[in-house]
Design a protein around this ligand. Structure first.
Ligand code: FAD
Length: 391
């Protein structure tokens, strides 16, 4: 059975959609954070462009409306591991990219109500080895001038009212937002057309333009950007070896007395928990305990994984363990072959670009990624394009 996230229920869809136009300059397919960010930046670079976002359901229907709302810096791995695996230069550039993502998004939406919390984020270790890496990450980041603090296990558990967790890294720039409102606000600020309930079925070249065949008619565009994340291989099968669908699940509780004022990412990001100012606790993760089951496109929750989420509460946040669970949901992420977002040109068609593979970190990448992709689509360069571009 299809699920609905806390955010989607909290911000029901509004009638913003237009009829499918017959022509536009650029069609962006997919109304998640990546698609709306590409559209936003296209119009920032050239306000005269007629840009249409084509979405098969409603804006933020996919992972962008089903996540935990964490706006973090760095990749989904801790900084020490990113340095080990990718080298210090790339690790630094990735941090800078996500810092620009955070700052740019907050700046662009400074007037919008996106329930933004900017009290920092905590990455908490689930064991001693992770604790040691977080201590190392703190040293490396401080040396680069990033505002971070390492908390000992005692300090960390005291800070978040938990037990049995190890040390933590507090990143001052970490933030939280309402992802559905964020996606909608970006569209509102971009002045693009929104066409919802139109699934794109195929793409054909017409010579100087490209034709999109949708469930509700056809559209000819000068250029197309496919921002479909996990769904890219369905339209472009050649991308199946670059991007694969991976499911993530969450739950929400009834309002509880406030104990968490920052988003908490623990056990190498395999668990994530936060509390809204209204008291609801949102908890997700446990995917690593169910790797074989948590793949594919099924929008459903499973009893064994949800039981592991509740076991996490009992083990580490006993004060929350009896809280009534009011909602459970799932979302489909697009995991990339490199662990980083990717973009490129669809081979053999011309004028068609794709972006996806935002993994479990798309709110941390998506807005800045939109800028990179929009620049390249318009024939400009971007300082970060070589980090993510595949051709
Ligand atoms: C449970 C969960 C928790 C997460 N927590 C976080 C977090 O706290 N912080 C973070 O940074 N990231 C998090 N993520 C990851 C993040 O949500 C994703 O990386 C990000 O939303 C991907 O954005 P996107 O725009 O690329 O893809 P999506 O949001 O999936 O957008 C793709 C869109 O394409 C549409 N579409 C598909 N096929 C078609 C078609 N044929 N025609 C037209 N439209 C189509 C879909 O309906 C969808 O709206 C989480 C993900 C999940 C599932």
């Amino acid at each position: 059975m299809a699920t609905i996230s806390h955010w989607q229920a909290d911000a029901p869809s509004v009638a913003s959609s237009e009829a499918l136009p017959s022509r536009c300059d650029v069609a962006v397919v997919g109304g998640g954070i990546a698609g709306v960010s590409v559209a936003y930046w296209l119009r920032q670079f050239d306000p005269s462009l007629d840009v249409a976002i084509i979405e098969r359901a409603t804006l933020a229907h996919g992972a962008s409306g089903r996540n935990a709302g964490f706006l973090l810096q760095g990749t989904d791995a801790d900084f020490a591991r990113t340095v080990e695996e990718r080298g210090p230069d790339i690790a630094r550039r990735l941090w800078q990219f996500t810092q620009e993502n955070r700052d740019g998004l907050i700046d662009a939406l400074s007037e919008a109500d996106i329930s933004l919390t900017t009290s920092g984020s905590l990455t908490v270790a689930g064991d001693e080895a992770e604790d040691a890496r977080l201590r190392r990450a703190a040293e490396l980041l401080r040396a680069d001038g990033v505002e971070v603090t390492y908390l000992s296990p005692d300090q960390a558990n005291k800070r978040i009212g938990s037990s049995g967790l190890y040390g933590a890294l507090h990143v001052a720039g970490g933030a939280m937002l309402h992802p559905v409102r964020t996606v909608r606000a970006l569209v509102g600020h971009s002045g693009t057309r929104i066409v919802e309930h139109h699934a794109v079925r195929s793409i054909e070249s017409t010579g100087d333009r490209v034709r999109l065949v949708t469930s509700g008619g056809t559209l000819e565009a000068g250029r197309i950007v496919l921002a479909l994340n996990a769904y890219l291989p369905r339209l472009v099968p050649d991308l199946a070896d670059r991007i694969r669908p991976v499911r993530a699940q969450m739950l929400a509780t009834a309002p509880q007395p406030i104990i968490l004022t920052q988003p908490v990412y623990s056990h190498e990001g395999y668990f994530y928990i936060c509390q809204l100012p209204t008291g609801e606790v949102l908890l997700g993760g446990a995917r690593h305990l169910h790797r074989d089951a948590e793949v594919g496109y099924d929008d459903t929750t499973t009893a064994p994984l949800q039981a592991d989420l509740e076991a996490y509460l009992r083990r580490h946040f006993s004060g929350l363990a009896g809280a009534e669970v009011t909602r459970r949901w799932s979302g489909t992420m697009g995991f990339s072959s490199t662990g980083l977002p990717l973009f490129g040109e669809v081979s053999g068609v011309g004028k068609v670009w794709w972006v996806g593979g935002l993994t479990g970190h798309g709110m941390g990448y998506g807005f800045r990624m939109g800028r990179t992709v929009a620049a390249v689509v318009l024939g400009e360069s971007d300082p970060f394009d070589s980090l993510f571009r595949v051709d």
